[in-house]
Design a protein around this ligand. Structure first.
Ligand SMILES: [Fe+2]
Length: 293
């Protein structure tokens, strides 16, 4: 058997990997092999370097458990998560844009009544987020599910607190008039986890490993495209260099500092607090539009 090198060898590998009945898998594998070979040919790794790459990927897997997701973190800091978001969630102008989900979402958050407290004693400055969920024509969207998660006022998520009870997350529902009312504490800017292989890699660069302060929202309502997004705190020093590239201008909002007194949910607060107002605009799903015609 002749032995091949360089491009000829890549062509032979690609030819063998054509024998896949599933056309999508065939397309994916052809592209993966083409680009992996091109990358390897360009970098010309030594055997030791290649083994280091294998160890890096192995370490990412070992760092994952049911709450820690180092692969998502890798996808986030390489900008791939935002690329996937861009490919799959292009909404029409006027709809609230999506952004990266990140590695900290935990499913099945507790249900929280409208206006009730999601922070439940967590450290931080009280923060009230109110607004409406609406369609593009301004119609109120009642019964929308708002799944929220965020850091506490010390910059830590549930996964990092390792609590047994849910921490800084909850599910709210919009009211029949589309309104919603959240009591929480203000999130702060935070570093991505630096105790794993992605943190070690970031530590070898001069890039920021910070995320500007934000609250995560996953909003869904029947008949509408759901949106996974954040609200970012305007004026945060990291807003221009979010390590996961997640900031979009329409998602940057003012956290207005208020003196002690009556809060938007009717409570009286004896310390200064923040007020955030935001209307989420959902795009109708095509199936719902077709049914209406
Ligand atoms: Fe986050």
């Amino acid at each position: 058997m002749a032995y091949e090198t360089g491009d000829e060898f890549t062509k032979s590998v690609l030819k063998r990997w054509q024998d896949i009945p599933d056309p999508r898998l065939r397309q994916v594998m052809q592209s993966a092999i083409k680009h992996l070979h091109a990358f390897t040919s360009e970098v010309q790794p030594t055997g030791a370097e290649w083994f280091k790459a294998i160890q890096f990927l192995t370490a990412i897997g070992h760092k994952c458990d049911e709450k820690r997701q180092e692969f998502i973190l890798a996808s986030d800091v390489f900008g791939v998560s935002m690329l996937i978001d861009d490919i799959n969630n292009r909404r029409v102008a006027g709809a609230t844009p999506s952004t990266v989900e990140g590695p900290f979402h935990i499913p099945d958050a507790p249900e929280i009544a409208n206006g009730a407290d999601m922070a439940k004693g967590a450290p931080g400055i009280p923060c009230f987020v109110t607004g409406t969920v609406r369609g593009l024509n301004g119609e109120p969207v009642g019964g929308a599910v708002l799944d929220l998660w965020q850091t506490d006022g010390e910059g830590l998520y549930e996964e990092q607190r390792r609590t047994t009870e849910p921490w800084m997350r909850g599910v709210y529902h919009s009211q029949p008039d589309g309104s919603y009312s959240v009591r929480t504490v203000a999130p702060i800017s935070y570093t991505i986890p630096m105790d794993g292989p992605i943190g070690a890699l970031m530590g070898r660069t001069d890039m920021s490993h910070m995320r500007p302060a934000h609250i995560h929202f996953a909003i869904s309502a029947p008949g509408y495209h759901g949106v996974v997004t954040h609200l970012f705190r305007k004026g945060d020093e990291w807003i221009e260099k979010d390590v996961v590239y997640g900031v979009k201008a329409p998602l940057v909002v003012e956290f207005v500092k208020k003196p002690p007194g009556k809060a938007p949910n009717g409570e009286t607060i004896d310390t200064p607090f923040y007020e955030v107002k935001y209307d989420f605009i959902l795009e109708q799903a095509q199936a719902a539009l077709a049914a209406a015609e």
